[in-house]
Design a protein around this ligand. Sequence first.
Ligand code: DC
Length: 229
Amino acid sequence: MDKERIFSVAVDGPAGAGKSTVARGAAKRLGIVYVDTGAMYRAMGLKALRLGVPADSEERVLPILDDTEITLRFIAGEQHIFLDGEDVTGLIRTQEVSNAASKISAIPAVRRKMVAIQQKLAEGVSLTMDGRDICSYVLPGAEYKFFVTASPDARTARRYKELSEKGTLGGMTFNDLLVEMHERDARDSGRDCMPLKKAPDAVLIDTTYMSIEESIDALLHYIDRASEA
Ligand code: DC
């Protein structure tokens, strides 16, 4: 592939499909930037939680949106997310913040604000960006588009393992997580504004029975093949 060429890799998919791990790994192997857009909705969800604002109340969220500054910075090659100037990277991976992020991301004004920041970030640089709406709305002109998914059971099992390893399960069982996963899927796919949906021109990668390395290989294989075509 021509190293001077600027290109975007858009990766969408549901929670727990391994999308971020695959997108991050692919970016590393391609030597380009990786942007995790979910972190921005998570930071906004964290803000609502801190202020006691219900994340699904558009009328309560709108007044705080204009006063909120969300920025991404890259420190030693890793993405850090700043909420009103505070680095909240380590605070946004809890189940509580996941649910608040899913709810707040259904508010059109929140999405418009985040999408504008994401499109600006992508100007003039090669990157891999992952989220729910990247192929269809954020970077519809991306050179490479993927939809990374896995069965709900496989996705829940991965989330369960991740949370138990971090010690942040908080007494939740596999079944509790499975129910939450279904609720989150329904919310992310069922919202009116920019819902999670496979773009017609995105390549489907089902990681249910794949390791991380195999999933990254699959994605890079498609990029190689498409670049040669
Ligand atoms: O990818 P994640 O689990 O960190 O995302 C958190 C929530 O943010 C998820 O429930 C859906 C929402 N989200 C979105 O609506 N659009 C994106 N581009 C990224 C995330």
